[in-house]
Design a protein. Structure first.
Length: 266
Protein backbone atom coordinates (compact mmCIF):
# COMPACT_ATOMS: atom_id res chain seq x y z
CA UNK A 1 0.00 0.00 0.00
CA UNK A 2 1.51 3.33 -1.09
CA UNK A 3 0.16 6.88 -1.24
CA UNK A 4 0.59 8.47 -4.62
CA UNK A 5 -0.21 11.92 -5.90
CA UNK A 6 -2.01 11.90 -9.22
CA UNK A 7 -4.07 14.68 -10.79
CA UNK A 8 -3.85 16.63 -7.54
CA UNK A 9 -5.49 13.76 -5.64
CA UNK A 10 -3.76 11.40 -3.23
CA UNK A 11 -4.51 7.81 -4.13
CA UNK A 12 -3.67 4.77 -2.06
CA UNK A 13 -2.98 1.63 -4.02
CA UNK A 14 -1.39 -1.80 -4.01
CA UNK A 15 1.33 -2.60 -6.54
CA UNK A 16 1.98 -6.34 -6.48
CA UNK A 17 3.63 -9.01 -8.54
CA UNK A 18 6.82 -8.97 -10.61
CA UNK A 19 7.75 -5.55 -12.02
CA UNK A 20 8.51 -7.15 -15.36
CA UNK A 21 5.10 -8.79 -15.62
CA UNK A 22 2.32 -7.53 -17.86
CA UNK A 23 0.62 -4.76 -15.87
CA UNK A 24 -3.06 -5.00 -15.01
CA UNK A 25 -5.00 -2.25 -13.22
CA UNK A 26 -8.17 -3.35 -11.40
CA UNK A 27 -10.81 -0.69 -10.68
CA UNK A 28 -13.27 -1.40 -7.89
CA UNK A 29 -16.98 -0.69 -7.97
CA UNK A 30 -19.27 1.37 -5.73
CA UNK A 31 -19.30 1.47 -2.76
CA UNK A 32 -16.26 -0.77 -2.33
CA UNK A 33 -12.48 -0.50 -2.25
CA UNK A 34 -9.40 -2.19 -3.66
CA UNK A 35 -9.64 -5.18 -1.28
CA UNK A 36 -12.54 -6.56 -3.31
CA UNK A 37 -9.93 -7.70 -5.86
CA UNK A 38 -7.99 -9.89 -3.40
CA UNK A 39 -8.92 -13.20 -5.13
CA UNK A 40 -7.93 -11.83 -8.53
CA UNK A 41 -4.74 -10.20 -7.25
CA UNK A 42 -3.60 -13.49 -5.75
CA UNK A 43 -4.28 -15.44 -8.95
CA UNK A 44 -2.74 -12.84 -11.25
CA UNK A 45 0.44 -12.28 -9.29
CA UNK A 46 0.91 -16.05 -8.95
CA UNK A 47 0.71 -16.23 -12.75
CA UNK A 48 3.39 -13.55 -13.16
CA UNK A 49 1.28 -10.44 -13.75
CA UNK A 50 1.89 -7.06 -12.12
CA UNK A 51 -1.33 -5.85 -10.50
CA UNK A 52 -2.15 -2.24 -9.62
CA UNK A 53 -5.23 -2.00 -7.37
CA UNK A 54 -6.09 1.57 -6.35
CA UNK A 55 -8.66 2.99 -4.01
CA UNK A 56 -10.53 5.59 -6.06
CA UNK A 57 -10.85 9.09 -4.67
CA UNK A 58 -13.32 9.03 -1.78
CA UNK A 59 -13.13 5.25 -1.28
CA UNK A 60 -11.10 2.95 0.94
CA UNK A 61 -7.93 4.61 2.22
CA UNK A 62 -7.87 7.37 -0.40
CA UNK A 63 -9.03 10.74 0.93
CA UNK A 64 -12.47 12.13 0.24
CA UNK A 65 -12.96 14.96 -2.24
CA UNK A 66 -16.48 16.22 -1.40
CA UNK A 67 -18.91 17.54 -3.96
CA UNK A 68 -18.86 15.69 -7.27
CA UNK A 69 -16.23 13.24 -8.46
CA UNK A 70 -16.51 13.28 -12.24
CA UNK A 71 -15.58 10.11 -14.08
CA UNK A 72 -13.24 12.21 -16.21
CA UNK A 73 -11.40 13.32 -13.08
CA UNK A 74 -11.25 9.78 -11.70
CA UNK A 75 -9.89 8.44 -14.99
CA UNK A 76 -7.28 11.20 -15.02
CA UNK A 77 -6.29 10.21 -11.46
CA UNK A 78 -5.57 6.71 -12.69
CA UNK A 79 -3.72 7.87 -15.79
CA UNK A 80 -1.50 10.08 -13.61
CA UNK A 81 -0.87 7.18 -11.24
CA UNK A 82 0.17 4.91 -14.09
CA UNK A 83 2.44 7.62 -15.46
CA UNK A 84 4.16 7.94 -12.06
CA UNK A 85 4.70 4.20 -12.09
CA UNK A 86 6.20 4.34 -15.56
CA UNK A 87 3.45 2.17 -17.04
CA UNK A 88 2.72 3.07 -20.66
CA UNK A 89 0.34 0.23 -21.61
CA UNK A 90 -1.91 -1.65 -19.25
CA UNK A 91 -4.77 -4.12 -19.17
CA UNK A 92 -7.67 -2.18 -17.65
CA UNK A 93 -10.26 -4.10 -15.66
CA UNK A 94 -13.25 -2.88 -13.71
CA UNK A 95 -16.48 -4.08 -12.16
CA UNK A 96 -19.78 -2.18 -12.26
CA UNK A 97 -18.91 1.52 -11.73
CA UNK A 98 -15.28 0.50 -12.06
CA UNK A 99 -16.06 -0.89 -15.49
CA UNK A 100 -17.54 2.46 -16.49
CA UNK A 101 -14.40 4.20 -15.25
CA UNK A 102 -12.38 1.73 -17.35
CA UNK A 103 -14.46 2.90 -20.32
CA UNK A 104 -13.78 6.52 -19.38
CA UNK A 105 -10.07 5.74 -19.26
CA UNK A 106 -10.34 4.25 -22.74
CA UNK A 107 -12.18 7.39 -23.89
CA UNK A 108 -9.71 9.88 -22.42
CA UNK A 109 -6.43 7.95 -22.58
CA UNK A 110 -6.80 5.39 -25.38
CA UNK A 111 -3.06 4.89 -25.78
CA UNK A 112 -2.83 3.46 -22.27
CA UNK A 113 -5.22 0.59 -22.85
CA UNK A 114 -3.81 -2.72 -24.03
CA UNK A 115 -7.03 -4.65 -23.35
CA UNK A 116 -10.29 -4.23 -21.45
CA UNK A 117 -11.88 -6.48 -18.84
CA UNK A 118 -15.43 -5.32 -18.14
CA UNK A 119 -17.40 -7.09 -15.42
CA UNK A 120 -21.09 -6.54 -14.70
CA UNK A 121 -21.24 -3.07 -16.19
CA UNK A 122 -23.03 -1.00 -18.81
CA UNK A 123 -21.77 1.53 -21.37
CA UNK A 124 -25.06 3.42 -21.71
CA UNK A 125 -25.51 6.87 -20.16
CA UNK A 126 -27.83 7.30 -17.22
CA UNK A 127 -31.49 7.85 -17.98
CA UNK A 128 -33.09 11.00 -16.59
CA UNK A 129 -34.84 8.95 -13.91
CA UNK A 130 -31.66 7.03 -13.16
CA UNK A 131 -29.64 10.22 -12.81
CA UNK A 132 -32.17 11.64 -10.39
CA UNK A 133 -32.06 8.43 -8.35
CA UNK A 134 -28.25 8.64 -8.18
CA UNK A 135 -28.48 12.18 -6.83
CA UNK A 136 -31.20 11.26 -4.35
CA UNK A 137 -29.15 8.29 -3.15
CA UNK A 138 -26.14 10.57 -2.68
CA UNK A 139 -28.15 12.80 -0.36
CA UNK A 140 -29.55 9.78 1.44
CA UNK A 141 -26.10 8.36 2.13
CA UNK A 142 -24.99 11.65 3.66
CA UNK A 143 -28.14 11.87 5.79
CA UNK A 144 -28.36 8.23 6.91
CA UNK A 145 -24.84 6.82 6.60
CA UNK A 146 -23.94 3.70 4.67
CA UNK A 147 -25.47 0.89 6.72
CA UNK A 148 -29.16 1.27 5.70
CA UNK A 149 -28.10 1.35 2.05
CA UNK A 150 -25.80 -1.65 2.51
CA UNK A 151 -28.56 -3.69 4.12
CA UNK A 152 -30.95 -2.73 1.33
CA UNK A 153 -28.69 -3.72 -1.58
CA UNK A 154 -26.71 -6.71 -0.27
CA UNK A 155 -29.04 -9.21 -1.98
CA UNK A 156 -28.62 -7.33 -5.26
CA UNK A 157 -24.85 -6.97 -4.98
CA UNK A 158 -24.70 -10.73 -4.47
CA UNK A 159 -27.17 -13.36 -5.60
CA UNK A 160 -29.59 -13.88 -2.70
CA UNK A 161 -28.64 -17.56 -2.43
CA UNK A 162 -25.02 -16.52 -1.97
CA UNK A 163 -25.91 -14.01 0.75
CA UNK A 164 -27.22 -16.94 2.79
CA UNK A 165 -24.91 -19.63 1.42
CA UNK A 166 -21.68 -17.61 1.65
CA UNK A 167 -22.05 -15.68 4.93
CA UNK A 168 -18.35 -14.84 5.11
CA UNK A 169 -18.37 -13.24 1.67
CA UNK A 170 -21.63 -11.45 2.42
CA UNK A 171 -20.11 -10.09 5.62
CA UNK A 172 -17.04 -8.90 3.69
CA UNK A 173 -19.16 -7.12 1.09
CA UNK A 174 -21.27 -5.49 3.81
CA UNK A 175 -18.18 -4.37 5.74
CA UNK A 176 -16.71 -2.75 2.64
CA UNK A 177 -19.93 -0.87 1.97
CA UNK A 178 -20.30 0.29 5.55
CA UNK A 179 -16.66 1.39 5.77
CA UNK A 180 -17.01 3.75 2.81
CA UNK A 181 -17.17 7.45 3.63
CA UNK A 182 -20.68 8.69 2.70
CA UNK A 183 -19.26 11.92 1.30
CA UNK A 184 -16.95 10.01 -1.01
CA UNK A 185 -19.69 7.65 -2.15
CA UNK A 186 -22.05 10.59 -2.72
CA UNK A 187 -19.48 12.46 -4.79
CA UNK A 188 -19.01 9.46 -7.07
CA UNK A 189 -22.76 8.93 -7.42
CA UNK A 190 -23.17 12.54 -8.55
CA UNK A 191 -20.43 12.00 -11.11
CA UNK A 192 -21.97 8.73 -12.22
CA UNK A 193 -25.27 10.49 -12.87
CA UNK A 194 -23.53 12.65 -15.49
CA UNK A 195 -21.41 10.02 -17.23
CA UNK A 196 -21.36 10.07 -21.02
CA UNK A 197 -22.41 7.42 -23.51
CA UNK A 198 -19.45 5.07 -23.94
CA UNK A 199 -20.97 3.08 -26.78
CA UNK A 200 -19.44 5.13 -29.61
CA UNK A 201 -15.87 4.81 -28.33
CA UNK A 202 -16.28 1.11 -27.57
CA UNK A 203 -17.73 0.42 -31.01
CA UNK A 204 -14.45 1.61 -32.49
CA UNK A 205 -12.13 -0.09 -30.00
CA UNK A 206 -9.40 -2.18 -31.58
CA UNK A 207 -8.29 -3.76 -28.31
CA UNK A 208 -9.38 -7.22 -27.20
CA UNK A 209 -12.01 -7.20 -24.49
CA UNK A 210 -13.33 -9.71 -22.00
CA UNK A 211 -16.89 -9.15 -20.81
CA UNK A 212 -17.86 -11.03 -17.65
CA UNK A 213 -21.21 -11.21 -15.90
CA UNK A 214 -22.81 -13.16 -13.09
CA UNK A 215 -25.58 -15.38 -14.44
CA UNK A 216 -27.99 -13.97 -11.85
CA UNK A 217 -26.92 -10.31 -11.87
CA UNK A 218 -30.03 -8.13 -11.46
CA UNK A 219 -28.24 -4.79 -11.96
CA UNK A 220 -26.65 -5.70 -15.30
CA UNK A 221 -28.31 -8.90 -16.56
CA UNK A 222 -26.76 -11.34 -19.01
CA UNK A 223 -28.67 -9.70 -21.87
CA UNK A 224 -26.87 -6.43 -21.15
CA UNK A 225 -23.51 -8.22 -21.14
CA UNK A 226 -24.36 -9.86 -24.45
CA UNK A 227 -25.18 -6.45 -25.93
CA UNK A 228 -21.85 -5.10 -24.65
CA UNK A 229 -20.03 -8.08 -26.16
CA UNK A 230 -21.77 -7.50 -29.48
CA UNK A 231 -20.93 -3.80 -29.43
CA UNK A 232 -17.17 -4.36 -29.11
CA UNK A 233 -15.38 -5.45 -32.29
CA UNK A 234 -13.00 -7.86 -30.51
CA UNK A 235 -14.84 -9.14 -27.46
CA UNK A 236 -15.72 -12.40 -25.80
CA UNK A 237 -18.21 -13.11 -23.04
CA UNK A 238 -17.90 -15.26 -19.94
CA UNK A 239 -21.10 -15.90 -17.99
CA UNK A 240 -20.23 -16.92 -14.42
CA UNK A 241 -22.79 -19.39 -13.11
CA UNK A 242 -23.86 -19.20 -9.49
CA UNK A 243 -23.12 -15.50 -9.11
CA UNK A 244 -24.84 -12.13 -9.04
CA UNK A 245 -23.31 -8.67 -9.49
CA UNK A 246 -19.94 -9.52 -7.93
CA UNK A 247 -18.80 -12.78 -9.56
CA UNK A 248 -15.15 -12.08 -8.73
CA UNK A 249 -16.08 -12.51 -5.07
CA UNK A 250 -18.98 -14.93 -5.37
CA UNK A 251 -17.29 -17.40 -7.74
CA UNK A 252 -13.62 -16.38 -7.77
CA UNK A 253 -12.31 -19.65 -9.22
CA UNK A 254 -14.52 -19.47 -12.32
CA UNK A 255 -13.93 -15.74 -12.69
CA UNK A 256 -10.16 -16.17 -12.42
CA UNK A 257 -10.11 -19.01 -14.94
CA UNK A 258 -11.85 -16.85 -17.51
CA UNK A 259 -9.59 -13.89 -16.74
CA UNK A 260 -6.33 -15.85 -16.92
CA UNK A 261 -7.38 -17.62 -20.09
CA UNK A 262 -8.12 -14.27 -21.73
CA UNK A 263 -4.88 -12.66 -20.57
CA UNK A 264 -2.88 -15.67 -21.70
CA UNK A 265 -4.03 -15.07 -25.29
CA UNK A 266 -3.05 -11.39 -25.49
Amino acid sequence: MKPQFGNGVTLVFDDMGPRGGTPVILIHGHPFNRTMWAPQTAALTAAGYRVIAPDLRGYGDSPVVPGMASFAGIADDLAALLARLGIERVVVGGVSMGGQIAMELRLRHPGLVRALVLSDTSPAPETEAGAELRRETAERLIAEGMRPYAEEVIDKMMAPYNVTGMPGTAALVTRMMCATDPQGAAAALRGRAERPDYRPVLAGAAEPCLVLVGADDVFTPVADAEALRDLLPHAELAVIEGAGHLPGLERPEAFNRALLDFLGRL
